[in-house]
Design a protein around this ligand. Structure first.
Ligand code: IPM
Ligand code: MN
Length: 367
């Protein structure tokens, strides 16, 4: 029995999470898995009526679940940043979910801005975003606020240990990804060298010298323990070009928190929009959280139009993480069959509603 905390959150969060729950309920009987879901109202509404975001005691209790399924957080009625920081980021940091895994895949039939080049259809890589450090730690200061001397700083802060654990996870992840066969874009000479996959570090060593000196040193050092993994480095600005112009050079990309935030939105567009992009916040030794990466989409709230595929994908990542690989693969193939022909963030453009997409995935699972 898996005990799953469900935080639907705000905006379109509840609509899409409901579809993921529907799908999970279906695999439950099909794959003989049992879930107990616990819905937790850590959201804007509770904040507006009770003034509460996420209490330390509530954070502590999250450690008792097997996983957290998350929707989206943020509300136009609340000053931007409060709910994000005190709920979403508080969970990521508080549960030490130091890996943010964001797979980038172009599903057959989904239109993408990168499709204009021959062969880009098999866009398939993974971004590993460091999730507990960098500028997200909130370190910094503001002096003389409001005056003409106002001086602000926000520090990109990393410790050896944070970088090391993130890189180790990444190298191990590349190995796991290619257990069965080497990465398809390795050439003959790579294969002769014994490579099975590639890890690319994305940084900005030409400007952020302290930070990326540490990242690059550890990348090289730890990388020596993984002679089967090819190493590459790209600056983040150039990385944005490659993601559009040469995405096949990526197998697994690892990067800092802020860069990872930015490039995964770009990545989501290349894979057809935020409506299909899912992410996992992982603490390999603790409780992990799974979410669609698209946000609350306030303009679409209540319209039953947002594509729940990203949320269903989050449920799939959760199953995979829990060791229910077969059920995860089953959702993946059902999802693939349903999104064939889909071309945008709005499920409406597929000619069906949020709920219908969920229903279709369920129907495919039951076939
Ligand atoms: C994301 C989001 C969050 C982030 C926000 C909501 C704080 O953009 O998950 O990518 O910056 O990490
Ligand atoms: Mn983001």
């Amino acid at each position: 029995m898996y005990h799953i905390a469900v935080i639907k959150g705000d905006g379109t969060g509840p609509e899409v999470v409901n579809e993921a729950l529907k799908v999970l309920n279906t695999v439950e009987s099909k794959h003989k898995i049992a879930f107990q879901f616990y819905e937790l109202d850590y959201n804007a509404q509770r904040y507006l009526s009770e003034g509460k975001t996420l209490g330390d005691d509530e954070l502590e209790k999250l450690k008792n679940y097997d996983a957290v399924l998350f929707g989206a957080i943020g509300d136009p009625r609340v000053t931007s940043g409060i709910l994000e920081r005190d709920i979403l980021l508080k969970i990521r940091f508080g549960l030490d979910q130091y890996i943010n895994l964001r797979p980038v895949r172009l599903y057959p039939g989904v239109a993408s801005p990168v499709l204009y080049k021959e062969g880009f259809q098999d866009l398939d890589y993974v971004v590993i975003r460091e999730n507990t450090g960098g500028v997200y730690t909130g370190k910094g200061s503001v002096l003389d606020k409001g005056s003409k001397n106002e001086t602000v700083s926000q520090i990109m802060h990393y410790t050896y240990e944070q970088v090391e654990r993130c890189l180790r996870y990444s190298f191990e992840y590349v190995r796991r990804r290619h257990l069965d066969s080497p990465w398809k874009f390795l050439d003959q000479s790579d294969l002769k060298k014994g490579y099975i996959g590639k890890l690319t570090l994305c940084g900005k060593s030409n400007v952020l010298s302290y930070v990326f000196d540490l990242w690059l040193r550890l990348f090289e050092e730890i990388g020596k323990e993984y002679p089967d993994i090819k190493r590459d480095y790209v600056h983040v600005d150039a990385c944005c070009i490659y993601m559009i112009d040469a995405p096949h050079m990526f197998d697994v990309l690892v990067t800092t928190n802020m860069f990872g935030d930015i490039i995964t939105d770009l990545a989501a567009v290349t894979q057809g929009g935020l409506g299909v992009a899912s992410g996992a916040n992982i603490n390999p030794d603790g409780v992990s959280m799974f979410e669609p990466i698209g946000g609350t989409a306030p303009d679409f709230t209540g319209r039953n139009e947002i594509n729940p595929i990203a949320s269903i994908g989050a449920a799939q990542l959760m199953l995979d993480h829990l060791g229910e690989r077969q059920a995860a693969l089953d959702i993946d193939s059902a999802k693939l069959r349903v999104i064939k022909g889909m071309d945008s963030q709005e499920a409406a453009k597929m000619g069906c509603s949020t709920q219908e997409v969920g229903d279709r995935v369920v129907a495919e699972l039951l076939k």
